[in-house]
Structure formats: structure tokens, C-alpha cells
Design a protein around this ligand. Structure first.
Ligand code: BDR
Ligand code: CA
Length: 313
């Protein structure tokens, strides 16, 4: 069985850390490269966090390339930091892990992505769990690689809700122009909307299942998850921490974990309070440019993560 070559674009981030672990654990994914971005924390921190997580799970061999420190239109807005992820991006628990010994690639994220795609025998899937800046710059600066990209699955966007503004989700808010470039690229896009990814929540019991694996990665990830749980329980007034970013990885491993509908999606680039909204053409007058994830199978996701973490460390 040939594995799917994957490039993962992250702003690690608690749910990004789970996304990395899930991707690494899968027998269907060949994780070729991780690129980093600003978002949950500055890009320097998200890079260190990514290296820490890779060392923790024993995959220091996967290259990590440093990416964008801000959005394409940084002078309009650059958002860095998130209460959900703590000051260090890992629930204020990063110091539980040693400073990483592995170092990032000498290439930039965009150059390393282009090289990886060109050299890959099979077409690549890009999974993005942060602002799409690195991906958009890749498509604009290396248009020749588009034909070798089988799909771009991203965590972000929303149909009816928001988590930074009433109708705006954080990853698209972080770089609306980049999201628009990706949606207009003609490449198959999966948008894992906020409404669906909020269904990827882990309860106290689920956390216990992870903890009971009794490995270093499961111990650390559970510690980080506690911070996340407190944040989400205050915000959503219900039990559970939401791991948005596992959704595009889960879809790549097993598409039956999500339900999708095709829509034409455009990003609002001008709104005063709605800039970064992903607006769906509900009357379906225009040809769809994305499969939008509408719902997740929570139980399947939890099983996938627990089973995956069981294979690590
Ligand atoms: C997204 O924002 C970040 O905080 C999370 O890591 C996730 O990628 C959810 O809106
Ligand atoms: Ca993220």
C-alpha cells in the first residue's frame, strides 16, 4: 500500500500538536515536511514547539521549515497569540519538555515545500492547521507545483459562526487574502469549518483514555489538554476541549470521519466587522470551489486519536 505524501502547515498550538501526532501515527500518511507559521504564538515559538513535539514522539527525522511571521497584508492586521493555547502555545506546559536538539531546515517553508512537492513521486496533500500564508505564497511563487498537489485540507473558516468575531474563524482571520488565494487556486480544497471542528471535542473521560496509555507523549499531551479544557469549558459552558486541527488529518486518514457538502466559498476581504468571513453561496449559483466539512463523527475521531497515540512513544 502506498502512503499519501503529506506536508503539514502548523502554528503549534495544542490542537496542532495532536494533529502532528495523529499524522505521524497513521500508516496511511507519509509526513514529508512540516512548515511553521505565526498564529497561536509567534512563528519562532511555534517552530520550537513543533520541534519539541517531534522529539517527544521520536520523529526528529521529519524536516521542519520556518514560515511566515505575519499575514500577506500584515499592515492591516497580524494576530499572534491565543488564550486557548497559553503564553507558550502549549498550555504553559512547554517547559515540561527539554529544549529541542533538532534544528529547523536551512530552507524557508515555501522553498522547502516547493522542493518536496517537485521531488515527490506521487502527488502531495497539504494539510494546514493555521493561517494559509505559507501555502498561498507557495502557489503564487511556484505555480508549477499546483499540478502535483492533490488537495489542500485546512482547519478553519466557518459558515454561520466565529471564534474571533461573530462570523470569523481564527485561521482565516489571521490571513484572509491567503485563504482567498487557496480557494481560488483550482486545487481541490477541504474547508474544515468551525461548526464541524467544534464537534471534535474531548471530554474528561477521553482525556483519561489518553492518559492511561502511560507514555511520555500521552502524559505531556494530557497536561497541555487540561489548559485547553479549562479555556473551552469557560467559553462554551460545556465539558470538553476542542481539537479543531485533528479534523483535516482525520479526513486524510479516513474520509468517513467527516461529512462534507460542496460550496462556492469567498472570503470577505473588506468588511469592517466581517473581514475574514468565509461566505458560502447557499443558493448554489456558482460552481463549488470547496468541500465544506459540515459535521464530524466525534466517537470515530476520539478512537482514531487514542489508537494513534497508542502507537507512539
Ligand atoms: C484554529 O485556531 C487555532 O487557535 C487552533 O489551533 C485552530 O487551528 C481554530 O479556530
Ligand atoms: Ca492551529
Amino acid at each position: 500500500m502506498s502512503k499519501i505524501p503529506v506536508i503539514l502547515n502548523v502554528d503549534t498550538g495544542i490542537d496542532d500538536a495532536f494533529a502532528i501526532a495523529l499524522a505521524v501515527s497513521s500508516e496511511f500518511i507519509d509526513l514529508k515536511l512540516i512548515t511553521t507559521s505565526f498564529g497561536n504564538c509567534p512563528v519562532k515559538t511555534s517552530t520550537t514547539n513543533t520541534l519539541r513535539i517531534l522529539e517527544l514522539i521520536g520523529r526528529g527525522d521529519i524536516p521542519v521549515a520556518v514560515g511566515a511571521a505575519g499575514s500577506i497584508m500584515s499592515y492591516l492586521q497580524t494576530v499572534v497569540g491565543s488564550a486557548a493555547h497559553g503564553d507558550d502555545g502549549l498550555g504553559n506546559k512547554a517547559a515540561l519538555l527539554p529544549y529541542p536538539e533538532i534544528i529547523p531546515s536551512t530552507m524557508t517553508a515555501v522553498e522547502h515545500m516547493a522542493k518536496t512537492i517537485k521531488e515527490s513521486k506521487n502527488n502531495v496533500i497539504i494539510i494546514s492547521t493555521c493561517a494559509l500564508t505559507n501555502v498561498a505564497v507557495l502557489l503564487l511563487s511556484h505555480p508549477e507545483v499546483a499540478e502535483k498537489i492533490d488537495g489542500i485540507a485546512f482547519s478553519g473558516g466557518s459558515l454561520f459562526s466565529g471564534n474571533v468575531l461573530p462570523t470569523v474563524e481564527a485561521n482565516v482571520f489571521s490571513d484572509p487574502e491567503a485563504a482567498q488565494v487557496v480557494l481560488n487556486s483550482g486545487i481541490r480544497v477541504l474547508m474544515c469549518s468551525l461548526e464541524a471542528s467544534t464537534g471534535a471535542y474531548f471530554t474528561f473521560e477521553d482525556r483519561q483514555k489518553i492518559r492511561q496509555l502511560e507514555t511520555r507523549p500521552s502524559y505531556f499531551l494530557c497536561e497541555a489538554l487540561k489548559h485547553h479544557a479549562d479555556h473551552f469549558e469557560n467559553l462554551l459552558l460545556r465539558e470538553g476541549s476542542v481539537l479543531h486541527d485533528i479534523v483535516p488529518v482525520a479526513w486524510t486518514i479516513d474520509p468517513s470521519t467527516v461529512e462534507t457538502k460542496p460550496y462556492y466559498i469567498e472570503v470577505d476581504l473588506d468588511g469592517r466587522y466581517t473581514r475574514g468571513s468565509t461566505v458560502a453561496d447557499f443558493p448554489k449559483q456558482r460552481r463549488a470551489n470547496a468541500a465544506v466539512c459540515m459535521k464530524v463523527d466525534r466517537e470515530k475521531l476520539v478512537d482514531l486519536v487514542v489508537e494513534g497515540l497508542g502507537k507512539i512513544g
